[in-house]
Design a protein around this ligand. Structure first.
Ligand code: ZN
Length: 138
């Protein structure tokens, strides 16, 4: 079986299943191809578009969404780097000091293990993972 993406003169897209490419030409020549939406007989093959359950529009917008998300994360990372002190592996310790008022209140970022983060959250300290540096992969 061969699946063709078909479209009619009204712009409806649908799939047609044929036993061979010759079968398509045959049915096309005999005027047997009918749009299931508007029943027009002017149906033609769409440019090869493998059907993966996503419309062409969705496929087009995906990279744009990804770029937006990447820009957002890069922006967030930049903001943190410019407005927070890097404390490295001392992050859990510094976060606690700030939380309990033992040092000046400020934004910090650094490294913490999952266990550290879990404990900080349990103590009511706000921590958030820093997005990875997306610029590297551009
Ligand atoms: Zn149609």
């Amino acid at each position: 079986m061969i699946v063709y993406s078909l479209h009619c003169s009204e712009g409806h897209s649908f799939e047609g299943w044929f036993s061979s490419s010759g079968a398509f030409d045959e049915q096309d020549a005999e005027g047997k191809l009918v749009c299931p939406v508007c029943e027009t007989r002017s149906v033609s093959k769409a440019p090869m578009a493998p059907s993966l359950g996503a419309s062409v529009g969705e496929r087009k917008s995906a990279p744009a969404e990804l770029r937006k998300a990447r820009q957002f994360m890069t922006g967030l990372r930049k903001y943190v780097e410019q407005n927070a002190d890097y404390v490295g592996p001392k992050f859990p310790e510094e976060a606690r000091k700030i939380h309990y008022g033992e040092t000046e209140e400020r934004h910090i970022y650094g490294e913490a293990s999952l266990q550290d983060v879990k404990e900080l959250v349990e103590e009511g300290i706000d921590v958030a993972p820093l997005p990875p540096d997306m610029n590297e992969t551009n």
